[in-house]
Design a protein around this ligand. Structure first.
Ligand code: SER
Length: 341
């Protein structure tokens, strides 16, 4: 008898930390974590089984198929937007080939189990593109079907993997004589920039938000790499985890699409600085825009329309801008850096 498990790829990452904690509150879960790096020690109590390895390693994925009955996959492993721009082919390999490998694993599992395996995929606001700041302003809240012409490798990868998920869920081997019955139940969320008190993101373009706060909490000066007026949607990590778990639990009948926007608040970089200064009055934060990273931020939306998620699976963030900082980020970050600041 194989163990029924939830597989989390990229468990050491930002979302992985939050998700593992969120899942640990459920009594019936057995989490198998996968990551290229050794398991972060704070995750040890939250992860029943850990496998160190690469999502590009098919032998390893074959082993997973043989050993576990995987009911849900949270495929979080990814190379973020800034890092992927420095090495686009590596970004593509990890983000696209890695996802393809996991989709295939999910299909094999579905066939073997005779029922569909859930595949929960975090996509991103990076799939959107606005040619000018005026277009971005005119559009306001972007809908899922609009402006999907990404100009970053990461954005292209995320958009394509959403389509791959749709293909594996609905059209896999559609001409084969032995067409398979049970495929996957693919569900994707386009996340805004995420801010966690526990971890700092690496290689993202929305990182200036979390970096400003984490630097201030450690008394380290911060040079923000975008202009003061740059505006992106953001969300506190507990809400990102809530979104993943709520979408996973939603009934099939209630879902009318495969990909959903979610968001919480949309501060400008200057507003983030002002909030951070309110809690850490001695913080030294200035603005030294990096032209190319700025260009990426300028093409991403300032806000997204998450009406479909609100309608289909009752999505609602718990943390608006004020509450995210006052009740989650600031107290947890102060605790985290208590001995270092
Ligand atoms: N936060 C991600 C990044 O900046 C976007 O999803 O790359």
């Amino acid at each position: 008898m194989r163990n029924q498990v939830i597989l989390i790829t990229g468990i050491n990452g930002e979302i992985g930390h939050g998700l593992a904690r969120g899942l640990s509150k459920r009594s019936d879960t057995y989490v198998v974590g996968l990551d290229v790096a050794p398991l972060d020690k704070t995750l040890r109590p939250l992860c029943q089984q850990f496998i160190q390895g690469d999502i590009l390693d098919n032998m390893l994925l074959g082993r997973l198929v043989a050993e576990y009955e995987i009911r849900t996959i949270f495929h979080l492993a990814s190379i973020l937007s800034t890092k992927a721009e420095y090495n686009p082919e590596t970004g593509h390999r990890v983000n696209v080939e890695g996802t393809l490998n996991l989709l295939r694993l999910a299909v094999e599992q579905s066939q073997w189990q005779g029922r569909s395996v859930k595949f929960i995929y975090p996509s991103s606001i990076a799939v959107y593109w606005f040619p000018t700041l005026a277009d971005k302003e005119k559009t306001g809240k972007v809908k899922e079907e609009d402006n999907c012409f990404p100009t970053t490798m990461y954005g292209c990868n995320k958009l394509y993997c959403e389509l791959l998920g749709r293909y594996y869920a609905n059209y896999y081997r559609q001409l084969a004589a032995d067409q398979i019955k049970h495929t996957i139940d693919f569900r994707a969320i386009r996340f805004p920039g995420l801010i966690s008190a526990e971890t700092i993101p690496t290689g993202g373009t929305s990182d200036y938000g979390p970096e400003m706060l984490h630097h201030a909490a450690q008394n380290i000066p911060y040079h923000c790499f975008v202009r003061e007026d740059s505006r992106l949607p953001f969300m506190a990590m507990p809400d990102a985890v809530k979104a993943l778990l709520t979408l996973e639990a939603a009934s099939n009948e209630s879902l009318h699409r495969i990909v959903y926007n979610v968001t919480s608040f949309s501060p400008s970089a200057l507003e983030i600085r002002d909030i951070v200064l309110n809690y850490f009055p001695d913080a030294a934060i200035d603005f030294i825009p990096h032209a190319n990273r700025q260009q990426i931020v300028d093409t991403w939306p300032a806000d997204v329309d998450d009406g479909a998620a609100r309608h289909d699976w009752d999505w609602q963030p718990d943390y608006d801008q004020a509450r995210a900082f006052s009740e989650y980020l600031v107290p947890s970050i102060k605790e985290r850096y208590r001995d270092t600041a």
